[in-house]
Structure formats: structure tokens, C-alpha cells
Write a protein that binds this ligand. Structure first.
Ligand SMILES: Cc1cc2nc3c(=O)[nH]c(=O)nc-3n(C[C@H](O)[C@H](O)[C@H](O)COP(=O)(O)O)c2cc1C
Length: 169
């Protein structure tokens, strides 16, 4: 898929077929995540692959906007290490760049995916950290639910010329 086509046709997919997602495809998504730009190239991310139904269901029960995980074959948890040597305050941007790359990589491989926000909701951060034995200094930042799509959504243009300012606001 061409890059621009992937960007314009990607949508959040929350319904999935029961088919499993191969390790190869998951690894491609992780490679795309780790190819993202990051401040000072510090790459402050870790990833947890979740494909156990009981764990996916547990998240869906504690997260108010993650019901789709109950029927997802897999999810990836993006965790941040804010304690990098130089650019400490940039991990949100870095992990966000990784997430978007991962959504596009999933879409490119014929998979459906949706970004599930965790940070900065304190209760979710604490709950997910406990559930997955994430060390205290790491921040569970977001999750991405992944599966073969069981719903079709078309791309839509959101270009809004009123949000574009030439040379000055
Ligand atoms: C930071 C962030 C957090 C999000 N959290 C959730 C979430 O918890 N649950 C969910 O179903 N969708 C979540 N989304 C997906 C958005 O709802 C979705 O991207 C938006 O409605 C636009 O739809 P589209 O992705 O199909 O273009 C999140 C997206 C972002 C960027």
C-alpha cells in the first residue's frame, strides 16, 4: 500500500474476526513502532504483546473505552521509560509517533486496529502497571487492539483549510 493511501484510508477498527494474528505480522507492527522518530533518538519505549484471552478480557473490564479487547485476538501495550538521559519530557511525543506508525503498519497488512488511551489516566496507569508487572518507573502509555477487521469503514477527508495559517496565525 502506498504511504498516502494508508494514511488516508486508516480508520479505528473495533470489531474483529476470531482469526489469530501471526507473530510475523505482530513483529512487523513492532518494527514500524520502533522506526518512529524520537527526541535525541532515545527511543524511550517498550512493548508487551498480549494474546491471552483472559488478559485481554481483564483490560476490557477495567478500561471504560476498551470493550473491543474482549473480542480482539491480540493487543500491544506501549510502555514508556521517562527516565532517559537527555530529553526527559518528550516521551509522550515519542510514544505517540510509535503508536501512529503501528496503526499504519497494521492497516498496511490488512489488519484492523485502534489506539486505546491509558496515560494520563492515573487509575488506568496504576491498574495496567500492576496487571502486567510493569516496573514502577515505566509508564503504560497506550494499547493497540489488533485483529482482522469484521467491520468496514471508509477513509474520510478531514482537511480543514480554516485550520491552516500562512506565515502567521
Ligand atoms: C490518544 C488517543 C486515545 C484514544 N483512546 C481510545 C480509547 O480508549 N478507545 C477507543 O475506542 N478509541 C480510542 N481512540 C481512537 C479515537 O476514538 C479515534 O482515532 C477517533 O475517533 C477518530 O477515528 P478514526 O481513528 O477512525 O479516524 C484514541 C485515539 C487517540 C489518538
Amino acid at each position: 500500500m502506498e504511504t498516502m493511501e494508508a494514511i488516508f484510508s486508516r480508520r479505528s477498527i473495533r470489531k474483529y474476526l476470531p482469526d489469530p494474528v501471526s507473530r510475523d505480522r505482530i513483529e512487523n507492527i513492532l518494527k514500524a513502532g520502533m522506526s518512529a522518530p524520537s527526541a535525541g533518538d532515545e527511543q524511550p519505549w517498550h512493548f508487551i504483546i498480549i494474546n491471552r484471552h483472559d488478559l485481554l478480557e481483564k483490560i476490557s473490564e477495567m478500561h471504560p473505552y476498551a470493550k473491543m479487547l474482549k473480542n480482539a485476538p491480540a493487543a500491544l501495550l506501549i510502555c514508556a521509560d521517562p527516565d532517559v538521559p537527555k530529553f526527559k519530557d518528550y516521551w509522550v511525543q515519542d510514544c505517540s509517533a510509535a503508536c501512529e506508525n503501528m496503526l499504519l503498519a497494521a492497516h498496511d497488512q490488512g489488519l484492523g486496529a485502534v489506539w486505546i488511551g491509558i496515560y494520563p489516566a492515573e487509575k488506568l496507569v496504576t491498574g495496567i502497571r500492576e496487571m502486567f508487572n510493569i516496573p514502577g518507573q515505566m509508564v503504560p502509555f497506550s494499547a493497540i487492539a489488533i485483529g482482522y477487521p469484521a467491520e468496514e469503514k471508509s477513509g474520510r477527508s478531514r482537511y480543514d483549510a480554516s485550520r491552516v495559517h500562512d506565515n502567521s496565525w
